[in-house]
Structure formats: C-alpha cells, structure tokens
Design a protein around this ligand. Structure first.
Ligand code: AMP
Ligand code: ZN
Ligand code: FE
Ligand code: FE
Length: 292
C-alpha cells in the first residue's frame, strides 16, 4: 500500500460519543474501539464535531488512525428522516456549520415539546431529559433514557417500539434540511457524503429516479454494512445494485452508541480501498495517522 495511506484494518467509520447520544466520552469510544480490535475509526456524532479533538488525541495515544466524521440529520424526498455521514470535511466551513448548528438549536424545542406531551401521561420533566445529555446534541435517545430512569420504559427498544413510535401522539419528526442540500454542503466543505444505514427502518426499495437525484446532487456512497440494513433485504439488494452500477463508495460500520445500543465497535467494517477513496475524494480535512 502507498506510503500516504497508512490506515490499519479493521476500519469502523461510524461511532457516537456523549457529545451526541452515545454514553461514552470521545476518549472512551476510542478505547472501546481499540479494545474491540479496531485500528482506524471515525467519530460521527449527530450534527457536531465537538468530540474530534479528544478522540483524535486518544487515537494518537493508541496508535490508531482518526478520521473526522459527523452524522448529519436530514430530510429525504418523502419528508422522512435521513442520516448522512460526512467524512473529512472542513469542520469550520461556514455554510455547513450554520446548517448543523440550526439543526442542533431546533432539537431543543422539539425535545421539550415531546417531553411536554409525554408529561400529560407520565411523570417526566424537562430536567430529567437534560440530566441525560452531557453534550449539546440532544435527541430522542436522551428522552428514552429519562423515561427508563423514571421506570416508564423497560429499555430503549421499549421506548421506541411501544411508547414513542412514529405514529404516536408524542412523536415529532426531527429537524434537518433536504438531503440534497446536505450533500451539496458536505461537498462544498471538501467532504464525502455517505448515506447512513440507508435501508434500515423502512421497507421500501429506492426508486431509480430517487437514486438518480441523489447521484446528481453528488452523493458519494452508501453504508451497506450496518445491522439495521438486514431488516430490509430487498432494499439492500437494490442499493447494492446501484452501488455497482454507479461505482459508489460502500462502507460498513458499527454505529456504536455505548450502552444505548447493542451495536459493538467493529461489528461491520469498511474495506481499506473504500477508505482510500474517501481520503482521495476529500479535500477538507486529512486523516490523522499514528506517528510511527
Ligand atoms: P432523533 O434524531 O432525536 O430523532 O433520534 C434519532 C436517534 O434515535 C438515532 O440516531 C438512533 O440512535 C435512535 N433511534 C431511532 N430509532 C430507534 C429505534 N427504533 N431503536 C433504537 N434507537 C433508535
Ligand atoms: Zn444516535
Ligand atoms: Fe443514524
Ligand atoms: Fe449513528
């Protein structure tokens, strides 16, 4: 392998810290990944890069390669939520930064309103929810933890599947801009845009015109290796076909959230040649390789 590409396998490009809705500090995420054998990792907190410095320092200490990442909350063509993984973009680029900061700001009144709706039926307060969030990127998982702590839900799945389902009166969709605009902003910031868990929580197969629109907007690829994709084999087969046809970048990653999800670091991995394409196609930020 060329001297400039020194990332070691296994490669996991999707992990969350308590800067968003994981339960580990950024340094603890790196240690958990290292303990699981991972040697190259991206920290991808929701709509924030606030954990990069701490994670990069711990990666250096453990001789791991650090890839700057973020999972951007977006809206798809049908108005549903889409998560876009962005890699190696300039974290200071103004337009992208403004967009994700808007999303972060909008998360607060949304969660407050959901908490108020739940408070009509359950003993739960906004302070309970705030007590669950160490970072500034707050979301439904923090509300889930507060409900579990209060004894209203047995675990995260119980919260999402029994209480705050998408058609329940408690649910409010997440904020975020159109997925095509997210892709343009990530590219403008020199980054690479990969749709996270692209077939996970719904049963539909992506129509061809939808794929063409994403391609035209500049989408780089799909996270095909992710435990949630297994729930929709037809959808996954369609995206696998599109990836081959359009020569897209394909990744695999864990989506580790500490104790909030069963996902373990390294449970899905990205092939080195795919990471090399991400590095080659990005201009906003460089991987941080081990010293030696
Ligand atoms: P939010 O952005 O506030 O809508 O929260 C989205 C986050 O909630 C995702 O990143 C997941 O980590 C988590 N989540 C969404 N749906 C589920 C689910 N069915 N089970 C467990 N976690 C979920
Ligand atoms: Zn999350
Ligand atoms: Fe996600
Ligand atoms: Fe995620």
């Amino acid at each position: 392998m060329e001297a400039f590409f020194r990332a070691q396998k296994p490669i996991d490009l999707h992990l969350h810290s308590n800067v968003s809705d994981g339960t580990d500090t950024p340094a603890e995420v790196v240690r958990a990944a290292h303990a699981a054998g991972v040697r190259t990792m991206a920290l991808t907190d929701h709509d924030t890069t606030a954990g990069w410095a701490e994670a990069a320092a711990e990666c250096s200490r453990l001789d791991m390669t650090f890839i700057g990442g973020m999972e951007i909350t977006a809206r798809g063509a049908r108005g549903g939520g889409v998560h876009m993984l962005a890699y190696l973009f300039d974290p200071e680029e103004g337009e992208l930064l403004a967009a994700v900061n808007n999303t972060l700001d909008a998360r607060i009144p949304r969660l407050q309103e959901m908490t108020e709706r739940l408070a009509d039926d359950f003993d739960i307060t906004w302070d309970d929810v705030l007590a669950e969030s160490d970072g500034k990127s707050i979301g439904r998982p923090h509300l889930a933890s507060a409900m579990i702590r209060r004894g209203h839900a047995t675990d995260t799945d119980d919260f999402f599947e029994r209480i705050v389902t998408k058609d329940s009166k408690y649910y409010i969709s997440s904020p975020g801009i159109d997925v095509r605009d997210v892709i343009r902003l990530v590219r403008q910031a020199g980054g690479v845009a990969i749709t996270a868990h692209p077939v996970g929580r719904h049963s539909h197969v992506m129509p061809r015109e939808h794929m063409l629109a994403l391609k035209a907007a500049g989408l780089h690829g799909f996270e095909l290796g992710h435990r949630e994709n297994k729930k929709n084999p037809e959808g996954l087969a369609a995206l696998t076909g599109y990836a081959a046809e359009f020569d897209l970048i394909v990744t695999g990653s864990s989506d580790y959230h500490g104790t909030r999800k069963p996902n373990r670091p390294g449970e899905f991995q990205t092939e080195p040649e795919m990471l090399k394409r991400i590095i080659d196609e990005s201009t906003g930020y460089a991987p941080i390789y081990p010293e030696s």
